[in-house]
Design a binder for this molecule. Structure first.
Ligand SMILES: [Zn+2]
Length: 677
């Protein structure tokens, strides 16, 4: 249709053209599109993130107690508000049977809310642990003390966990991972830019104040702070960069006892396993051999006095948030420096967060009984199956892929297991002792319980019923060794999934989330695992090269983005997530187009169904970060910031350009769009 009026904004042209579509939108669909979130003064072809979310961002400044604020945080807060009443009533219910989950939930909450009791106890609850460290007189005892501290949750030098063997996913083996840094990433110790340098100076002051709180005089505290800083800097230098950790081959070095002893000779491995309660452990994946070689050298050379300082600091680091006000405030000082929060969360929210960590599935069990209607599950499954079908069709038609690789890819897709809402088997907290205080001891016991639960899986058949996320969490995940996609009940709510919204909006939001998780099975990391979760190469060499060209394109694109005064995003760190975003959105588009009502979908508020889908997508990323947190995420987290997840993804989506009738030279578009799937 020819329009006579030339429009100022591309959007208006589309609104006029859309008048051809006769379907009527229901008022609740208009409400669920949230047009009030838009900032129409922004050109969608320049900055779609601002166009779609500018109105929302303006009226939702980051609250003082948060380092980021967005639709995900608000939903998480609503979930927590609901859980709050469960916790309160459990704490008041003295009739709950001793040992029952309800009793544990209530007792834990009561212990955390007992501010007066916590204040009165001061450092006392930590005494026994501090004494153990003070008693450490022999280098030979260091390994078992590390095991003990790690088990109660302290980030002492490294960590031991379980994993499915990358090359035989039916087996569970132990894995030793680097750790032991007090700052978020090795870059914080090693990079020379002004902001990192300033953070190091603040960290040093924080260390000194922490030692004073632990009872040392200022001169000793300053000395210890410097020693810890030097020690952690040596560890940082030996640590594998976070982007390399994404390569499963780089972190796969399974070995038997003898090889383990050779790789890190100063660690008393038999004593270490014994102290963890697993003297029988044989085969361990030493994920970062270089780090462990360096750790072993430290165990040989660093004086025990310095070791004691290091261990006391990490004990304080882990447990300060659960102690008296002086400790809580000092821990918060570091949070402020690293993430920019201005004030602390109300106590009940901090306790509820801890409770999610300690008894999350017990709380989640109560949560889903009230908050997860079967109808929501049915509708989400319908979208999920549409997304699966779209990927199947997609894989069948990728022009660059050989038949051999295609067949394997389709096999893998068919084997992806889908899990929605909550686990079928609820976690057993039976043996976990929870009481009304001291609060911090509840945390220690819970950490030890969780560590033992994980390590007990080693050598046993894989437990496929376990979930990595609690039901109330606003998130989702793909597990390459399980080859499953997981969507906790917490995220299956507006604005991700809204039963009142038009289908296009739901496809743009939860549809893209589902597509994101499925695509993880085929991103640069996931694609190295087959349908049974084994690390085997099912690609022909030519296909690998072609796929890699797309991956490199994404890495180059995201490397150009900067945060907090010019710090560049690590392209190689974020490729997996960026590929999943791109694949997820493309799948959502295709699944929507193939869905039953797509042809007659209504124009809403002047926006075509496709435009609604893109707006729904951007709305699911309405999120702002403080510069300090943006720096941390750009340094250490594989997820790009929401702004890049919207604009960077759309730059590679041709349908976006068409939907908004954008000029080909619109700044947001890439002339050389990256193509993956
Ligand atoms: Zn992801």
């Amino acid at each position: 249709m020819l329009r006579l009026s030339a429009c100022l904004l591309p959007l208006l042209a589309v609104q006029a053209a859309a008048a051809d579509a006769p379907a009527e939108a229901a008022p609740e669909q208009l409400a669920a599109l949230h047009l009030e979130w838009l900032d129409r003064s922004v050109d969608p072809g320049r900055d779609f993130f601002q166009f779609a979310n500018g109105g929302w961002l303006k009226s939702n400044p980051i609250p003082a107690a948060y380092s980021s604020w967005g639709v995900d945080q608000i939903l998480a807060q609503q979930n927590q508000d609901f859980i709050h009443s469960l916790l309160e009533s459990a704490a008041q219910d003295s009739a709950a049977a001793p040992g029952s989950e309800e009793r544990k939930i209530g007792d834990f909450y009561a212990s955390g809310m007992d501010e007066a009791g916590i204040e009165k106890a001061g450092i006392e609850p930590l005494r026994a642990e501090l004494q153990r460290i003070a008693d450490l007189q022999l280098r030979a005892d260091l390994s078992s003390e590390l095991a003990h501290l790690q088990a109660i949750g302290v980030d002492a030098l490294f960590g031991l966990d379980q994993m499915q063997d990358f090359k035989d996913s039916s087996q569970v083996i132990g894995v030793a991972m680097q750790g032991g840094l007090g700052l978020p990433d090795r870059d914080y110790y090693l990079k020379q830019d002004a902001k990192f340098t300033k953070i190091r100076a603040e960290y040093l002051r924080h260390l000194a104040r922490s030692f004073i709180l632990l009872g040392d005089d200022p001169a000793a505290a300053a000395r210890e702070a410097h020693s810890v800083m030097a020690f952690e800097t040596r560890l940082a230098r030996a640590s594998m960069p976070v982007e390399e950790e994404r390569d499963p081959h780089a972190i796969y070095h399974p070995m038997e006892r003898e090889a383990l002893q050779r790789a890190a000779p100063a660690i008393d491995w038999p004593g270490y396993f014994e102290a963890l309660g697993h003297p029988e452990l044989q085969r361990i994946n030493l994920a970062m051999p270089q780090f462990f070689a360096a750790a072993s050298r430290e165990m040989q050379r660093t004086p025990l006095t310095e070791w004691r300082s290091y261990l006391r600091w990490h004990l304080a680091e882990e447990f300060s948030p659960y102690l008296s006000k002086a400790f809580v405030d000092e821990a918060f000082n570091l949070t402020k420096v690293l993430r920019g929060n201005q004030e602390q969360l109300p106590r009940w929210r901090r306790v509820a967060n801890a409770e999610d960590h300690v008894l999350g599935f017990a709380v989640g069990h109560l949560y889903v009984q009230k908050k997860f209607p079967p109808e929501a599950k049915r509708q989400v499954l319908e979208i999920l199956h549409g997304i699966r079908a779209a990927l199947q069709q997609d894989l069948s038609g990728v022009p660059w892929m050989s038949q051999a690789t295609r067949a394997k890819a389709l096999d893998k897709l068919a084997l992806i297991e889908e899990r929605i809402g909550y686990p079928e088997v609820w976690r057993d907290y039976g043996a976990l002792q929870v009481d009304r205080g001291p609060y911090v001891l509840n945390l220690m016991r819970a950490n030890a319980y969780e560590s033992a639960r994980e390590l007990a899986k080693i050598g046993k058949p894989v437990d496929r019923s376990d979930w990595d996320m609690v039901p109330q969490e606003v998130n989702a995940y793909y597990d390459p060794s399980m080859n499953n996609i997981n969507f906790p009940a917490g995220i299956l709510q507006p604005p991700y999934f809204d039963p009142k919204a038009a289908a296009a909006v739901n496809y743009g939001a939860i549809g893209a989330v589902i597509g994101h998780e499925i695509t993880h099975g085929f991103d640069d990391e996931g694609s190295q695992f087959d349908g049974h979760g084994n690390l085997v190469n099912w690609w022909t060499d030519t296909d690998t090269q072609r796929f890699q060209a797309g991956v490199d394109c994404i890495a180059r694109q995201f490397s150009q983005y900067t945060v907090d005064g010019g710090l560049h995003v690590k392209g190689k760190l974020v490729t997996g997530e960026a590929i999943a975003d791109l694949g997820g959105l493309l799948l959502a588009l295709r699944a929507f187009a193939a869905s039953p009502g797509a042809d007659s979908a209504p124009v809403i508020g002047g926006y075509t169904p496709l435009q609604q889908l893109f707006i729904g997508y951007a709305h699911s990323w309405a999120d702002l970060y403080r510069p300090e947190l943006a720096r941390e995420l750009a340094t250490a987290d594989p997820h790009p910031l929401p702004e890049f997840r919207v604009n960077g993804t759309l730059a590679n989506v041709p349908a976006f350009r068409e939907a908004f009738k954008l000029a080909p030279d619109s700044p947001l578009l890439k002339p050389d769009a990256c193509v993956i799937w």
